[in-house]
Ligand binder design. Structure first.
Ligand SMILES: NC(=O)c1ccc[n+]([C@@H]2O[C@H](COP(=O)([O-])OP(=O)(O)OC[C@H]3O[C@@H](n4cnc5c(N)ncnc54)[C@H](OP(=O)(O)O)[C@@H]3O)[C@@H](O)[C@H]2O)c1
Length: 342
């Protein structure tokens, strides 16, 4: 089997560390791995497959000889370096939102639209974490009974933004609140400990947030379903890892909860945890460090004859980011479309 030269841009971040874990755990065929970050982390050492590797500053020359470049270093870094990496011959798989809605860039969830990898021109975008877990759960149902409308409310963990500083902010504020001390928000717009904040990413002119709008646009692009109506409310909650979502779906025709459970039980990347008699349903805490998208609380939506409601949970750093990106890389290798043509 061939082996590939991999670069991780943002290797010192939360998603970057998860890239390393996922590559190791899936035994990804790596000939070499280059760890890249900003000049702040140059010289730091990280372990990959029991080998100590020095982190390098990301510069245009970093991508010479690289086959696959996994990016998770924010939109500005991706906008600047992804085209340079692609020009050098690497396939870029990008975790930021910089390229997701570009017409010439595929947006891929391997369980749904792996065939879109084929037409990449050097950059493939990894969707937003909240979108990934929702579409992995909904697409198998959509194939059987086309979805017309989705209403989703998210409960997103602090690790979805801000890296280690976000985890630290929740820890520090929790201690401060319990100690009766005042809190000062830095990463989040208000105190996040013992609180919930209906603001993720910037506000748009239509009063949705950008995170909420991403869920609409990205769902349509990934599922090739331009007419699906989506309304999202994205909420940050004081949870370290794992995004949860209350999803209300309107189908073209009625679907029973049992039908949905049976379809989802066979769906790739999905695990149904749904037994009210023993309080079995997914939780963020249990999803952390796991790969599946978990679905539970499947029930008839009392407000619509063709509706189902459900609870969808996944680890935002794994299926929501690093795992999905590595699965895209595996798909690119499988489909033999590694060469981008620059
Ligand atoms: N967290 C999630 O659930 C999630 C999900 C999907 C997508 N994403 C996306 O993934 C990216 C990273 O998220 P994260 O949570 O891992 O953040 P993070 O922990 O703050 O890590 C950011 C990484 O980017 C690097 N970086 C920053 N500026 C750079 C530059 N100018 N050049 C090269 N590297 C630079 C940092 O390196 P230094 O150590 O040198 O600062 C660090 O390795 C973001 O774009 C985010 O939107 C995150």
């Amino acid at each position: 089997m061939s082996e590939y030269r991999v670069a991780i841009v943002g290797a010192t971040g939360l998603v970057g560390q998860e890239f390393i874990n996922v590559l190791e755990q899936r035994d990804f065929p790596m000939l070499s791995v280059k760890l890249l970050a900003s000049d702040r982390s140059a010289g730091r050492k990280l372990f990959v497959r029991h080998q100590e590797i020095e982190v390098e500053e990301t510069v245009p020359e970093s991508f010479e000889g690289i086959d696959i470049a996994l990016f998770s270093a924010g939109g500005d870094t991706s906008r600047h370096f992804a085209p340079i990496a692609a020009k050098a011959g690497a396939v870029v798989i990008d975790n930021s939102s910089a390229w997701r809605m570009e017409k010439a860039v595929p947006l891929v969830v391997p369980e749904i639209n792996p065939e879109d990898c084929k037409w990449h021109k050097g950059i493939i975008a990894n969707p937003n974490c909240s979108t990934i877990q929702m579409v992995v759960a909904l697409y198998p149902l959509h194939k059987v009974n086309p979805i017309k409308r989705i209403i989703v409310d998210t409960y997103q963990s602090v690790s979805g933004v801000g890296g280690a500083a976000a985890l630290e902010e929740l820890t520090t504020q929790a201690r401060q609140v319990l100690g009766g001390e005042p809190t000062v928000p830095h990463v989040f717009p208000h105190q996040i400990a013992f609180n919930v904040l209906p603001e993720i990413d910037v506000f748009l002119d239509n009063d949705y947030t950008k995170e909420e709008w991403k869920m609409l646009e990205e769902t349509r692009k990934i599922m090739h379903a331009d007419t699906i109506a989506v309304s999202a409310t994205c909420v940050r909650v004081p949870v370290f890892i794992g995004h949860s979502e209350a999803v209300h779906v309107e189908f073209s025709h009625p679907m029973t909860p049992d039908e949905a459970r049976q379809i989802l039980a066979r769906a790739p990347g999905v695990k149904v945890l749904d037994d009210n008699s023993v309080s079995l349903y997914p939780t963020a805490w249990q999803s952390a460090r796991t790969d599946d998208v978990f679905v539970g609380r499947i029930r008839q939506d009392a407000s619509h004859a063709n509706g189902l409601a459900m609870w969808v949970v996944a680890d935002n750093l794994r299926k929501g980011a690093a795992l999905n990106a590595v699965q895209i890389a595996e798909e690119v290798i499988k489909q033999g479309c590694l060469s981008s043509g620059g």
